[in-house]
Design a protein around this ligand. Sequence first.
Ligand code: P6P
Length: 336
Amino acid sequence: MDKRHKTLGEFIIENQSSFQYSSGELSKLINAIRLAAKVVNHEVNKAGLIDILGAAGDTNIQGEDQQKLDVLANEKFIQTLKNREIVCGIASEEEDDFISINSQDEQHQNKYIVLIDPLDGSSNIDVNVSVGTIFSIYRRVTPVGTPVTIDDFLQPGDNQVAAGYIVYGTSTMLVYTTGDGVNGFTLNPAIGTFYLSHPNMQFPETGKIYSVNEGNYIHFPQGVKDYIKYCQQEEGDRPYTSRYIGSLVSDFHRNMIKGGIYMYPKSSKASEGKLRLLYECNPMAFLAEQANGKASDGKGRIMALKPTELHQRVPFFCGSTKMVEKAEEFIANALK
Ligand code: P6P
């Protein structure tokens, strides 16, 4: 990567002033995530070589087999965030309950909470398809100096102060927002440095890619079925192309660059869909809206939803604005 590309560290320093809160703490937080991303990237890249593949023998609260890399990624991110003394609480897909962090020297003086999906797309781990980490950052709402409570975690997505993902793909990228646009950084593994490779990422207003698990088609609500058939019709700029990797982060990333819509609807098999509101849909929705895209539960904005449970699921439609709006239109019409 030639020198013209800014490093993530330089970018954070240059943009601290644009962050509405105490910029130094957020910089420390993003730097903690940067470090954990490098450690997990190293493990993901060598997973095929050492005996780290396969289930760790446990299942998480979702009842899903925990892959060893899931467990490792979870441990690395939690430990790195704990060490940085700016986080007072963490919630993770891999943890049944949230973790309250007491800072060593000051009781609970830290102001930020972090929610993570440490390794999204884990079903792809053993078959060498890209996976990702998703993170969401809030300021606590309960009094500083007291242990965090569930109320600190059940905030609407509109309260996020930062969100992003790491995609461990053909190259490893960290993509994040602090509410001032979306920027993508590519890791140069030779020197362990992230470089600004994708400044000001934006969803094209529309696109020709739709991402959904069509194996569930017969279980979808009628409006979703109607929209999928619309995507497949020979008319105007259609048929669209179907692309579904099985990793939200990878499908989202491709659609943000090329234009497209990702859908994980509710179905007769999953009454609220599969994706989790707090550490999958809200952070991706923050990124989508910051990149002039849209994120909906099929009826309204994901980030306006008031969460009720740590691991709650919601239907998820996210991507190019005109495509999400068209899907919402078909869903609404089917209900008339
Ligand atoms: P299905 C991965 O487990 C995930 O949460 C997303 O990353 C992905 O898009 C989706 O679930 C895949 O789920 O049911 O289509 O295999």
